[in-house]
Design a protein around this ligand. Structure first.
Ligand SMILES: O=P(O)(O)OC[C@@]1(O)O[C@H](CO)[C@@H](O)[C@@H]1O
Length: 413
């Protein structure tokens, strides 16, 4: 598709509802119960009970919203605290889509709806409250921008960018390992975790599954192909992602990289086109190798070797098994699709209580091409991990599934 900042249009083909006939046809042959927030002690319950109210308060304070917007945020806060959900205003451009996606959950309790659905709807409601889509001065203003901006400006980022100078003198194999791991662990920098300070300790970081050999064989064996990179968070995650993408392009390991980002602010720190531009500015303004990478990536956008894409399905409350044909075609044309982060993983394998040793290839069989997920573990869903590995981790007593201290690289050709 076209170069530069073009979006990819409408959701198009159809607007599936969770569990509809098309879903069953395209979905995985196997299934498991969806993750819900109404289970005492469940991770998802804490997200609704603690994180969402804390986030609304922080959004309220981060920008000088007008009284009408503050009232709307207060109403949403009340809904979050009382665990009651209201639908979007009937005039919303996507009112009908949300009815199709989950009429049964609207006006119910946040915690009774599937976790993926309800979290996604929560972020849509934050945008409604702040007036992101409404006529008026707050239209298009990212409510999470102050958090993203603070992160990008921090001196930690200077240090992380300077490390690219060290990596430059390493062998190709060492460099690729370093870039891949930086991109993978960059996923810990997720701002939703900073809302309630849940990040674990770096020292215990480890991989519970490692298909990096498969990933590199998909990149190196055979002629260079078109790589689709489905980004997650802006800032400290996106910068190492961009460094990895620069490597793939500069070494001609990919003919083209298509970088998928969110069309609108989502899950606090998820990258939008504006965040990509901010990241490129940060890179290009840095000294040394980071600066050179920034300049090359801006040139790659201009030449069309790096394509930025925003598909509306990226903010739909549905698993990728429900993706519309326009998105499916994009993945089908790729020699490799890389997905970043916890939320993309939840959508890729389905946000369900899978037995954790069910093979990754089995639950992603519907995906139309080779796919590799890079994820730090920040929610309960897990597949493709041997029982002895999960048993050993459980025995440590750590909350290893949800605190971002563990990570995985899982793929299938
Ligand atoms: O996709 P990311 O950025 O890696 O993680 C997003 C995420 O950790 O935030 C949620 C809580 O709001 C988690 O449940 C969710 O999966």
């Amino acid at each position: 598709m076209g170069a530069g900042l073009g979006g990819c249009g409408e959701m198009g083909d159809r607007t599936p509802a969770a569990g509809d006939a098309e879903h069953e046809r395209r979905g995985t042959a196997v299934s498991a119960p969806p993750i819900l927030g109404n289970v005492p002690g469940a991770y998802a319950l804490g997200v609704f009970r603690d994180r969402h109210p804390a986030l609304i308060r922080q959004v309220r304070d981060a920008l000088p919203y007008s009284p009408d917007r503050l009232e709307a945020l207060d109403r949403l806060l009340e809904e979050a605290i009382s665990d009651t959900m209201q639908p979007l205003e009937a005039s919303a451009h996507d009112f009908a889509a949300w009815l199709t996606w989950g009429r049964a959950y609207l006006r119910g309790r946040w915690t009774d709806a599937p976790f993926l659905w309800a979290e996604s709807f929560f972020y849509r409601r934050v945008l409604e409250a702040t007036g992101y889509f409404a006529d008026g001065p707050w239209r298009g203003v990212d409510p999470f921008e102050p958090f993203k901006q603070a992160e990008l400006a921090g001196s930690v980022v200077d240090e992380e960018l300077a490390s690219l100078d060290t990596v430059a003198s390493a062998s190709q194999a060492e460099k690729e390992t370093a870039l891949l791991l930086a991109s993978l662990w960059g996923n810990r920098a997720d701002l939703t975790f900073q809302i309630t300070g849940e990040l674990g300790d770096d020292k215990s970081a480890d991989l519970v599954a490692d298909d990096s050999a498969l990933l590199w064989s998909l990149v190196h064996d055979g002629p260079p192909g078109r790589i689709v990179f489905v980004a997650d968070n802006a800032g400290r995650e996106l910068l190492p992602d961009l460094a990895l993408i620069d490597h793939l392009l500069a070494r001609r390991l990919a003919t083209e990289v298509v970088l998928h980002v969110k069309p609108q602010p989502y899950f606090v720190s998820d990258a939008t086109p504006a965040d990509v531009l901010a990241g490129l500015r940060r890179l290009a303004g840095a000294p040394g190798e980071a600066g050179k990478a920034g300049v090359r990536l801006r040139q790659a956008l201009r030449s069309g070797r790096l394509v930025l894409r925003t598909h509306p399905f990226a903010c739909a409350p549905l698993p990728y098994s429900d993706m519309p044909d326009s998105l499916r075609d994009d993945f089908a044309d790729a020699s490799l699709t890389l997905t970043k982060g916890d939320l993309n993983y939840r959508r890729l394998v389905g946000d369900r209580l899978w037995p954790s040793d069910i093979p990754f290839a089995e639950v992603t069989a519907y995906f139309p091409g080779p796919v590799v997920a890079l994820r730090t573990l920040k929610s309960d869903v897990l597949v493709g991990v041997a029982p002895d590995v999960t048993a050993a981790l459980d025995a440590t007593g750590e909350r290893w599934r949800t605190t971002g201290t563990r990570a995985l690289i899982q793929g299938r050709a």
